[in-house]
Design a binder for this molecule. Structure first.
Ligand SMILES: [Zn+2]
Length: 280
């Protein structure tokens, strides 16, 4: 846990999964990226699913939900998912249950970020996993996720969104918005049409959760952009600005897919960016 003024920020690893290394590094040749993240015999690299839970003024805010437990066997195999979702355990370690989450901020609606919005009831039907929650989603993302195209179809679970639409409280936002004092979302686009990043501020310090704009330490380099990004040039522009802002203002970055570190500050040394791990 890290204190940010009156806020408490916790890191939860919801699960881990595997993804094709080339998918994560786009135009970067394998001879270069395999030195940063070592692939297995299927060319897959392992990523964590990192969520943030913030306690602020009696409110509990969860940022992203991870994959949840509703992937089918084929999907679990494809993504090398061996464990069950750690979300309930992660929350109970902090003294919370899924009923006590006031806001769920979804950076975007890909299955590895939003799959956990639904759970299964005793009849095996999909139901919202956080019954008392307001879901914060960019309206662009919601629109797009309900009508994915051929290229993005596999990463959006339309069925989950329908379940949420029926039973959950969805708060669509457009652009920039403060959710509770000191926690703000900002639309960036890039990775998806409605990708948003999250800022947590308190005690004169700032954490930014850039989600898939900068998923791991290796993606701090501007041209290291994933093959799945819909608008790669936008990702590069947003990233360039974000990295500069972090350097200038000493902001911390919380990575959504990095194994270690989960949180860091950046330093520039002889034109190279170095990371300084922040314990959380
Ligand atoms: Zn994504």
């Amino acid at each position: 846990m890290l204190k940010l003024g009156d806020k408490e920020v916790y890191s939860i690893v919801e699960n881990s999964f595997k993804i094709d290394g080339g998918t994560m590094f786009g135009v970067v040749p394998k001879v270069i990226w395999e030195r940063l993240m070592v692939p297995d015999e299927r060319n897959m690299i392992t990523l964590d699913l990192n969520l943030l839970l913030v306690k602020s003024n009696g409110k509990n805010i969860l940022i992203d939900t991870g994959m949840g437990n509703t992937l089918n066997e084929k999907q679990r195999k494809m993504y090398g998912v061996e464990k069950k979702s750690n979300l309930e355990k992660g929350l109970s370690d902090i003294g919370l249950t899924t009923e006590e989450i006031d806001f769920v901020i979804l950076s975007h609606l890909h299955f590895d970020h939003a799959g956990g919005i639904v759970g299964l009831n005793s009849r095996g039907e999909k139901v919202p996993r956080f019954p008392e929650t307001k879901y914060i989603i960019q309206s662009e993302e919601w629109k797009y996720a309900l009508q994915p195209d051929e290229r993005t179809k596999a990463t959006y679970s339309v069925e989950n969104f329908r379940a949420l639409e029926e039973l959950g409280e969805i708060n669509l936002v457009s652009g920039e918005k403060e959710i509770v004092p000191g926690i703000k979302v900002k639309l960036t686009g890039g990775h998806t049409k409605g990708q948003q990043i999250v800022f947590i501020q308190g005690g004169g310090d700032t954490i930014v959760y850039p989600s898939d704009i900068i998923p791991t330490v290796s993606h701090l380099r501007v041209p290291y952009v994933a093959g799945v990004d819909i608008f790669p040039l936008e990702v590069m522009e947003v990233k360039r600005k974000l990295v500069n802002d972090c350097l200038e203002n000493n902001w911390m970055i919380a990575f959504d897919h990095e194994i270690d570190p989960k949180l860091c500050r950046l330093e520039k040394k002889d034109d190279k960016i170095e990371v300084r791990k922040v314990p959380i």
